[in-house]
Design a binder for this molecule. Structure first.
Ligand code: TEU
Ligand code: CA
Length: 522
């Protein structure tokens, strides 16, 4: 099996005590990362950037942001990782660049070579009624009656992939990093790159016109040619609001597109009713089961690979989201067992391996994320607090909790975002000493999965849903497991038919304990 560890560098480990995590900090932690048993590390963007969207607004693809370090630091990181048998993946943000990028500046200055680099329109009124993913209109009027498209922040201008020069430039970027020794890429919102119908959306926010556009697979295949012959190479595409049919193509087994894909339907189970993620809602487990089943079984049919995850830098902490925090120890183990026994590649987001929780920020001033700040500007904070606390992207961006010292051992100086106040109880150092901790469980479970043929190669088939219980079979021709996951905070009756080979509880009875999981050999 393949396990990938995602690092959000700004919050991982600060080696020079300026309050900002950096590449040399990651280098120091490589032995720790390797001790988890993972195969790859994925770093979210580390390139020069004004940091309006924490690096997803890239100013220069070839330069390392000085707050993170230098090109030499990156090379050293790749080499140290390699010595530990770890491969490094970088994050390629190719749907847009920062408006500070020289291409954009040349475009604005009227340079002929750059007039077709971005998606621009001339019109008296706003070209379409599309809504930016961070709120507000998706077009910016940079000169009277001239507009550029920005599906995200207004400082993130959408590139025009219709222009072959853009594709040629982006191919150079991937080549440059492959030559440095990088062994994979994560492609940011890669299914949004093809846009050709610029129409008003009367019953939506415009996504139907720019998601999985007509040339998206053609464009991607062109980029992928650049690393078709690389070995041990792993790519994952982030797919925004995708359908299964397109996801199957992106992650097909011919390897002419991507090796795997992230989709988000399973993490919208706590905002289906309102369609506004900042309105507080409890997750709907019935729906979670249905989405996991549909995606797992249908991707399997075409031999397409899913990237399985419950956490990343855009999502609240999964334990706070799905588990009553009273049971965080058992719950964190159950969630990891679920995501690793599904078929596909398992992604672990920093801090998840110690069961980090949402920080529960009380004050407006504690938040940093552009999406959250935009939302706060438009809504009454007192009324929206509960939802913001539950869903803000800052929930996962607080510093990694290394130990019980000041600032959780992340830095000796005030970090760029506050440390969650629970760090004295919840940190790596304590969990290293505890054989029953979430951290110890992650290590053991990864080893177990890697050594198990059924989990590595077996097929998957879901069982009928029972109140708060998700279960499925993993099986080969010769063996079969029933994997059972309780999302209930109560114990409930459950008849075990077979031998339990793994659980997060010592108690095995005819009752499932709160958040118990079982792997049962038939
Ligand atoms: O995210 C894309 C995306 O659509 C979301 O996960 C996004 O955070 C969410 O819709 C907001 O509600 C990617 C990156 O992971 C994210 O950090 C960037 O902000 C975004 O692209 C723009 O590059
Ligand atoms: Ca630093």
């Amino acid at each position: 099996m393949t396990f990938v560890y995602q690092i959000y560098p700004i919050s991982y480990y600060d080696s020079n005590n300026d309050g900002i995590g950096d590449l040399r900090g990651i280098i120091q932690k490589i032995p720790y990362i390797k001790s988890l048993g993972v195969d790859y590390i994925w770093l979210t963007p580390i390139f020069t950037s004004p940091m309006n969207d924490n690096g997803y607004d890239i100013e220069n693809y070839y330069e390392i942001n000085s707050m993170f370090g230098t090109k030499e630091d990156l090379i050293e990181l790749i080499n140290v990782a390699k010595k530990h048998n770890l491969k490094v993946m970088l994050d390629m943000v190719f749907n847009h660049t920062s408006t500070n990028h020289p291409w954009f500046k040349k475009f604005l200055a009227g340079d002929e070579n750059y007039q077709d680099f971005y998606i621009t329109k001339q019109s008296k009124n706003i070209p379409t009624n599309w809504v930016s993913k961070f709120g507000g209109p998706a077009w910016f009027e940079y000169e009277p009656q001239k507009w550029y498209l920005h599906l995200f922040d207004k400082t993130q201008a959408d590139l025009n992939w219709e222009n072959p020069k853009v594709i040629a430039e982006l191919k150079k970027v991937v080549r440059y990093y492959i030559d440095l020794g990088v062994k994979g890429f994560r492609f940011d919102v890669i299914n949004l790159i093809s846009k050709n119908e610029f129409k008003d959306d009367f019953d939506g926010d415009g996504r139907k016109y720019y998601t999985n556009g007509p040339k998206v697979h053609e464009y991607l295949k062109e980029i992928v040619k650049e690393f078709a012959n690389e070995t041990d190479f792993l790519t994952v595409g982030e797919l925004s609001s995708t359908d299964i049919c397109n996801a199957q193509k992106f992650a097909n087994s011919k390897n002419d597109e991507l090796n795997s894909v992230f989709t988000f339907h399973h993490l919208k189970v706590d905002y289906v009713e309102s369609n506004d993620k900042f309105i507080y809602q409890k997750p709907n487990i019935l729906l979670l089961n249905k989405i996991l089943q549909t995606w797992q079984e249908q991707m399997q049919e075409t031999n397409s690979t899913l990237a399985n995850f419950f956490n990343n830098h855009d999502q609240p902490r999964s334990v706070s989201r799905f588990i009553d925090e009273k049971y965080y120890l058992q719950g964190s183990k159950m969630l990891f067992a679920l995501q690793s026994t599904l078929k596909g590649i398992t992604y672990i987001y920093q801090g998840e391996e110690i069961g980090m929780l949402n920080p529960n920020f009380e004050k407006k001033e504690q938040y940093r994320d552009v999406e959250t700040l935009n939302y706060m500007n438009k809504h009454n904070y007192e009324q929206a607090t509960k939802g913001i606390k539950q869903k803000s992207r800052d929930n996962s961006r607080t510093p990694m909790q290394w130990n019980g010292n000041k600032f959780a051992g992340f830095s000796q100086n005030t970090p760029w975002i506050e440390v969650a106040s629970n760090y004295k109880k919840l940190n790596v150092e304590l969990q290293e000493k505890d054989n029953n901790s979430t951290l110890s469980f992650y290590r053991k479970f990864i080893e177990f999965c890697n050594s198990d043929v059924v989990l590595t190669n077996g097929k998957i088939k879901f069982e009928p849903y029972q109140e708060q219980i998700i279960s499925f079979k993993r099986f080969t021709n010769s063996s079969s497991y029933l994997c059972v996951f309780s999302f209930s905070d109560q114990s409930c009756d459950y008849f075990i038919d077979g031998k339990v080979i793994y659980s997060n509880y010592d108690i095995i009875s005819n009752k499932l304990q709160p958040y118990q999981f079982l792997i049962i050999k038939k």
